[in-house]
Design a binder for this molecule. Structure first.
Ligand SMILES: Nc1ncnc2c1ncn2[C@@H]1O[C@H](COP(=O)(O)OP(=O)(O)O)[C@@H](O)[C@H]1O
Ligand SMILES: [Mg+2]
Length: 215
């Protein structure tokens, strides 16, 4: 089955019936929060869902991006969405960041695999633990370069950060940078598939939590 089809089937029961809040965070700027909120949101739109983005970063990069190229809606207060992606500022001390973590069904700590990012990722994980959101949180490795040393030990890196990692990762691709200009339609099949896989895993992680509570 095509991943796009799978994304539609797998996520529809949950996404269409209840609102899911997905917060992307990291105290470090440049980890990919804005890029991935827009592109993962667009992937779920492609899979047929009503998705919006809430831009809590005062720089408003995501807002400008969406105004320019579309892809998904900007969140309007009071409106209901199948999924709401919250893009956050790289400022762990900010109230918007803590609030966005607290209200999320899934917290996605976006980081590159570089050891240079370990310390801020660890600080971000500590905040997630302080807010009691650790059971809803995963590390999402972004900007992976297959075959490099840093791509090898992601499990170890996640352990050092202090949260489990999503199995699926995102490669470093110029296509993701280019998408800021032209949107989802500029992405090739591999990039789209990679985004669908991650989006599916994010949605599936809520299903698992629900199951845990139900059991
Ligand atoms: N997987 C990726 N491959 C290539 N470039 C990426 C990837 N993820 C992010 N980038 C680039 O990294 C830079 C920072 O990304 P951005 O989403 O603005 O980070 P943040 O919102 O965390 O500050 C941007 O130039 C973006 O295009
Ligand atoms: Mg950003």
């Amino acid at each position: 089955m095509l991943i796009a089809e799978e994304a539609t089937n797998e996520s529809s029961s949950l996404l269409l019936s209840e609102r899911m809040i997905i917060t992307l965070c990291n105290g470090k700027g440049g980890s990919g929060k804005t890029t991935l909120s827009v592109l993962l949101g667009s992937a779920l739109v492609e899979a047929g869902h009503k998705v919006a983005l809430l831009d809590t970063d005062p720089q408003h990069t995501a807002t400008r991006w969406i105004e320019e190229i579309g892809g998904l809606e900007l969140a309007v207060p009071g409106q209901d969405y199948g999924a709401l992606f919250i893009d956050t500022a790289p400022r762990l001390e900010s109230k918007e960041v803590t609030d966005s973590i607290r209200r999320a069904d899934v917290v996605v700590l976006v980081t590159s695999p570089s050891p240079a990012d370990l310390f801020t990722s660890r600080d971000t994980a500590s905040l997630i633990h302080r807010e009691g959101a650790q059971d809803r949180a995963h590390v999402l490795f972004n900007q992976i370069q297959p075959g490099t040393i840093l791509a090898r030990d992601l499990e170890d890196m996640a352990e050092r950060i202090g949260l489990p990692a999503f199995k699926n990762t995102l490669r470093r691709r110029q296509a993701y940078q280019h998408a800021v200009l032209v949107g989802w339609k500029s992405l090739g099949g591999e990039a789209r598939e990679e985004l669908f896989r991650v989006a599916l895993e994010i949605v599936g992680s809520v299903k698992k939590q629900t199951r845990k509570v139900a059991n």
